[in-house]
Design a protein around this ligand. Structure first.
Ligand code: F6R
Length: 611
């Protein structure tokens, strides 16, 4: 959601800005724009700004042929305040055009600032919250751009990453961060600005991640960081963790298919160095919690949004199974609004691929504000949530570009396996059982590869269910989060309504919906509930409902003539991780069969940075 880029150096800025924005397209957006400073005939700096609704290629087509300026900022916008329209696209400018601003985040007191500015005679050109910043900076009487930005931000409350350009100070861009990421890329006599490393990696591998509350002046030859009181801060560039090839399609048709296929390697990476054979446990130093602290927790509460929440449900079950600590998962988006009781003997675990999901970040704030301990299972290194938690487990899945999450979710499942093993071995889980789980985790990467051997058949099945109006995904206990995630993925990219239900609940109502037109995808692991699951499947079949089972080789479904996709059996506690893989493939192939934009499903963004 929303992306920022900026350039200052010896080259024309526009090509970088356009390419950078293209790299940020995956985050989701509905309009885009750039502003470039160049000299006019009177050798005065003038801003050329172009904004369009739609894709970055439409912006590129609208740019003037000659746009030689060497300083510029750009933005992809996801509409929040005001509809997707050219007037609402960034950059926003002061009335005289001198100041240009791009902004990610939300300014909470925009309405009152706007009213005050309008009373003072300012005419607004957009419906956005961002525009107030452009006016506030322009109206400041401070003698430097930095001081004007500080003064403006002193009046603003909310979250932001922003970049400000001033015709009076064409040698610099001033940037600021509070609750939304901003990175300065360090080049050779040129500097780059981006809200996401994906925009930078083609140009530099050295970067500075601004801290919350930090600002910077960026010039062609360097940068200077400072805090909200204008005191200098000390920042050294670090090596960017993302490589160019991580962001390329590399011959795949879609990022989602590439990322699904990267799962075996991603799974190996999250496990690497974390399995301790000798003590049959997991090594999780990043949690920053010693054994005594970890033993003192009497409950585990897991928070995440969407698919991360569903994997959190898998994780809660793993923790209850292996560590025998009461655990549950909850949607982070609901958490802070129900006045949650924060207990000091509860371990809070937040789960997020992007580390930028606003709802999850708010939950972290709520827990910390009330004195709770919170650790994070996060993929993006240095992201907002990763910085705000007390410790955690990085997922190391590599960059995920497709909006529909796959490899990061699998690594969340594995990270929960590690956490449950670790907590279990601090309590009553025996050495033998610890080793059993450890060996199970080790087998998962190879077993994921095996699932892909069935891809062709899954594609055929997907082709058959793609035409449905609606589908059920059913599972129970460990299988239920698998069903929830399966249904989520299916509706997200195929746009076919899919509903997850506990298999045991089917007969209490939804069975009425079963007809030959309503397919059911049933998760039937080889466990103590298999016979009950099969009985429920028979009830569906008796009503002529088409049924596809996602199951294990040991479950006898042949006698019912049920279409079955099998995955290799692992340990019962870890089975949900592998059972999820065919549901990804089902959703993917259904979406392809229906001709949808698999990587950028309508209305959705990769990281949901607004409430
Ligand atoms: C589904 C999906 C979303 C995310 C959710 C949380 O495929 O990608 O449901 O899981 O928006 O995002 P993160 O994990 O970045 O916090």
């Amino acid at each position: 959601m929303c992306g920022i880029v900026g350039y200052i150096g010896g080259q024309p800025a526009a090509p970088f800005l356009v390419e950078g924005l293209t790299r940020l397209e995956y985050r989701g957006y509905d309009s885009a724009g750039i502003a470039v400073l160049s000299r006019d005939a009177k050798a005065k700096e003038k801003t050329t700004a172009v904004r369009t609704v739609g894709r970055v290629r439409e912006l590129e087509a609208a740019l003037p042929k000659r746009l030689a300026g060497r300083v510029g900022i750009g933005h992809t916008r996801w509409a929040t305040h005001g509809p997707a329209a050219e007037r609402n696209a960034h950059p926003h400018r002061s009335a005289d055009g001198r100041i240009s601003v791009v902004h990610n985040g939300i300014i909470d007191n925009a309405a009152s600032l706007r009213a005050a500015l309008e009373d003072a005679g300012v005419e607004f050109a957009s419906d956005t919250d961002t525009e107030v910043v452009a006016h506030l900076v322009a109206r400041s009487e401070a003698d430097s751009l930095e001081a004007a930005v500080l003064e403006a931000l002193g009046r603003v409350s909310g979250t932001y990453a922003l970049a400000v350009m001033d015709e009076r100070h064409p040698d610099r861009i001033v940037v600021a961060r509070s609750g939304s990421p901003l990175i300065i890329g360090v080049g050779d006599k040129e500097m780059f600005i981006a809200s996401d490393a994906a925009a930078l990696v083609r140009h530099t591998d050295r970067a500075v991640h601004l801290d919350d509350g930090e600002l910077a002046t960026v010039t062609a030859t360097g940068f200077h960081t400072f805090d909200q009181y204008a005191n200098a801060t000390e920042r050294t560039p670090v090596q960017l963790a993302v490589a160019v090839e991580d962001l390329e399609l590399s011959g795949h048709e879609h990022y989602m298919s590439k990322e699904m296929r990267e799962q075996p390697e991603a799974a190996e990476t999250v496990l690497r160095g974390r399995l301790d054979e000798r003590f049959a446990t997991a090594r999780l130093d990043g949690l920053m919690l010693d054994p005594r602290e970890l033993r003192s927790f009497r409950r585990v509460k897991i928070l995440g949004c969407g698919s991360a929440y569903y994997v959190g449900q898998m994780g809660a079950q793993m923790i209850e199974d292996l560590a025998r600590i009461p655990a549950d998962a909850e949607a982070a988006s609901e958490f802070r609004y129900r006045q949650p009781i924060i207990e000091t003997d509860t371990l809070y675990v937040v789960v997020s691929q992007s580390g930028e999901t606003a709802d999850t970040a708010f939950a972290v704030n709520e827990i910390r504000r009330k004195g709770g301990r919170v650790v994070g299972l996060v993929n993006v290194v240095g992201s907002t949530i990763a910085r705000e938690v007390d410790g955690g487990i990085y997922l190391h899945a590599g960059p995920e570009i497709a909006v529909a999450s796959t490899k990061a979710l699998t690594n969340m499942g594995l990270a929960f396996g590690l956490l449950a093993l670790h907590l279990g071995r601090l309590r009553d889980l025996s050495h033998a059982d610890g080793l059993r789980i450890l060996r199970g985790l080790e087998r998962i990467p190879g077993q994921i590869r095996e699932v892909f051997e069935s891809e062709e058949r899954i594609r055929e099945v997907a082709g058959r269910i793609a035409g449905a109006q609606s589908a059920f995904y059913i599972g129970r206990v460990r299988g239920f989060p698998v069903a929830r995630e399966g249904a989520q993925k299916f509706k997200e990219i195929s746009y076919v309504h899919a509903e997850a239900y506990q298999t045991s609940e089917l007969k209490h109502g939804p069975l009425a919906l079963i007809t030959p037109e309503m397919p059911t995808i049933a998760v039937i692991p080889d466990d103590e509930l298999a016979e009950r699951n099969i009985a429920a499947a028979e009830q569906v079949l008796a009503r002529k409902g088409p049924l596809v089972a996602v199951s294990h080789p040991g479950v006898d479904l042949a006698r019912l003539g049920v279409e079955t996709i099998t995955v290799p059996k692992n340990e019962p506690e870890l089975d949900p991780i592998l059972l999820t893989i065919p549901t990804q493939l089902l959703a993917y192939h259904a979406a392809v069969a229906l001709g949808h934009d698999v990587d950028k499903p309508r209305n959705l963004a990769k990281s949901v940075t607004v409430e």
